[in-house]
Design a protein around this ligand. Structure first.
Ligand SMILES: Cc1cc2nc3c(=O)[nH]c(=O)nc-3n(C[C@H](O)[C@H](O)[C@H](O)COP(=O)(O)OP(=O)(O)OC[C@H]3O[C@@H](n4cnc5c(N)ncnc54)[C@H](O)[C@@H]3O)c2cc1C
Length: 395
């Protein structure tokens, strides 16, 4: 086994948005950072999301006000720091005779959303005039009663992750890609970390190990000794379809007639993207793939609201699936909390911190929380940059 020449302050497993955000913030604080990614940047969930940097309007339905306020604050920060990667988009919510969320519910939700955004740029909302309905990308108008509009932001999740990783690297973080975490042993005030890279097994010592392995987080935690607590979690698969004919006016937020779930129809790199689903997943995270049932479900919704797009001749359909990490429990995943869970091996001076769940939108806030938790275990260093003013540009 090759002993790693440099010991580090923080070793991170995972080159998704969370690992990237933590590497950037830790390096900016002057820490010595090593990030291990078994494949390539954003190979996991961080390239398979709905690509929204949003407060999460629908989380108001489940009373997750703290999460919505924090997410809207993070949306403002990312619009400011990454204007080439995160852009405001106009969203439309059509209301039909059979729509479950009635106009007064949507109006109240959008008002609260504007308040929680602190009336920031793009916080306003309104109704699309009836005479303009025919210009809404072929949206079905039979039974249409009202169309709300408001703003939220869209990104390229993989490009954003690559930009944050590049920023971390410029600040001195070492990115090992591909490098597969193989196991770790906790000692009194350090962790000995083993990983495989370039055909050899390496070992390095870190003051803190951060497990940012997304859907693989539980298996990474189980490779640490002495054994760590792994919370009760569920993996929930989400699929998106890609079809020709992108909507040109913005993003549509429609309701599944079958189960009332909120679904996005959006432009994505010159195509129409529709998603997402929520299906319990029990297999190997590496093997997640869209199912026939999910394709039918999403196509059925598209046919209801954009019949011409769903039935365009010669339509070939691409699809991709990702995995949410949600707290385990009864009830439908749609209503389950989206809050991030941070689990440390001990209350004071933690050696291993694991991240379960979370949002692309809130990666900066999660990274700040992880570093606050890790602080007692880390040596004092001089900060070399401030991530709150550091621009993020396409890598
Ligand atoms: C369908 C879907 C839609 C979503 N939509 C949105 C949205 O619109 N907006 C939003 O804010 N959030 C959204 N999310 C949530 C968001 O995408 C995730 O919270 C986020 O991408 C998780 O990032 P992560 O870094 O924790 O995990 P990942 O991106 O999965 O990264 C984990 C990384 O760890 C690596 N890894 C695993 N095991 C090892 C090992 N042993 N050694 C080394 N590396 C390893 C993997 O290769 C992977 O790259 C969505 C999630 C899903 C599933």
């Amino acid at each position: 086994m090759a002993a790693d020449s440099a010991n580090v302050d923080i070793a991170i497993v995972g080159g998704g948005i969370h690992g990237a955000g933590i590497a950037q913030r830790a390096a900016a604080a002057g820490h010595r950072v090593l990030l291990l990614e078994k494949s390539q940047a954003a190979a996991g969930t961080s390239s398979r999301s709905s690509k929204l940097i949003h407060g999460g309007l629908r989380y108001l339905e489940t009373g997750q006000l703290r999460l919505v306020r924090e997410s809207l604050h993070e949306r403002s920060a990312l619009l400011r720091l990454a204007p080439e990667l995160v852009r405001l988009q106009r969203f439309y919510i059509p209301v039909y005779a059979e729509t479950r969320r009635r106009p007064w519910v949507l109006g109240t939700g959008l008002s609260l959303y504007a308040v929680l955004a602190g009336f920031a740029r793009g916080a306003g909302f309104g109704l699309v005039a009836r005479r303009e309905w025919d210009s809404l990308d072929g949206l079905a108008t039979h039974g249409l009663q009202q169309v709300f509009h408001y703003h939220d932001a869209q990104t390229d999740d993989a490009a954003l992750t690559r930009a944050v990783l590049a920023s971390a690297q410029r600040l001195g973080a070492r990115l090992a890609m591909p490098a597969t975490f193989a196991g770790a042993e906790m000692q009194d005030s350090a962790v000995s970390v083993r990983y495989a890279a370039q055909g050899a097994l390496h070992e390095c010592r870190a003051r803190v190990l951060v497990n940012a392995a997304g859907p693989w987080a539980a298996s990474v935690a189980r490779a640490v000794s002495p054994a760590l607590e792994v919370p009760r979690i569920e993996l929930v698969q989400g699929t998106h379809l890609l079809l020709p004919g992108p909507p040109s006016r913005g993003i549509y937020y429609v309701e599944s007639p079958r189960d009332g779930r909120a679904i996005f129809v959006m432009p994505w790199h010159g195509q129409l993207m529709i998603g997402t689903t929520e299906v319990r997943y029990r297999g190997d995270p590496d093997a997640v793939a869209p199912t026939t049932g999910e394709r039918h479900y999403l196509l059925g919704i598209l046919r209801r609201y954009f019949p011409a797009a769903a039935d365009a001749p010669g339509t070939t359909m691409r699809a991709f699936a990702g995995l949410r990490v949600l707290p385990g429990g009864p009830g439908h995943a749609f209503h389950r909390s989206r809050e991030t869970q941070l689990v440390a091996d001990r209350a004071t001076a933690p050696r291993v911190i694991s991240i379960y769940g979370g949002k692309l939108t809130t990666f900066r806030a999660t990274a700040a929380q992880v570093l606050r938790l890790a602080a007692p275990s880390l040596p004092a260093r001089h900060a070399i940059a401030d991530v709150d003013t550091l621009p993020l540009t396409p890598a």
